[in-house]
Design a protein. Structure first.
Length: 123
């Protein structure tokens, strides 16, 4: 497993949003999708409000890799399904970072969204 360097971890973690391009089976990139991104401990995470059946989340499953851009960082990444043991830290990170959007943040804290939690690791 490759880890983020401190600078990129900080920049991506504080970015308001992240653009994610997942790789298709043929290696080409899908159109970027803009989403919220959080840092919990030493990892970067994203979630789909629509859960594992959300279109962009399904797109990450063909090759489990792609590219992200956030906070001035552009990186090739691998998508790893987060372990349920990570969910509490990710929930807390979403609440802390996006809590000012009270009526919206709750959508990324549902069981459906939690089950789609992806940990992004540089490759």
């Amino acid at each position: 497993m490759t880890t983020w360097n401190d600078s990129d971890l900080m920049k991506v973690g504080v970015a308001e949003e992240l653009d994610l391009e997942s790789e298709r089976a043929d290696g080409t990139l899908r159109a970027p999708v803009t989403m919220w991104v959080v840092r919990a401990v030493y990892h970067i995470y994203v979630r789909s409000v629509k859960g594992v059946d959300g279109p962009w989340n399904r797109g990450t499953q063909s090759r489990h890799q792609g590219r992200i851009e956030a906070g001035g960082v552009r990186a090739e990444v691998a998508f790893h399904q987060a372990d349920p043991g990570e969910y509490a830290d990710v929930d807390a990170a979403y609440r802390e970072k996006y809590g000012r959007y009270t009526s919206i943040v709750e959508h990324v804290l549902t069981d459906r969204a939690r089950n789609s939690t992806l940990r992004l690791e540089p490759r």
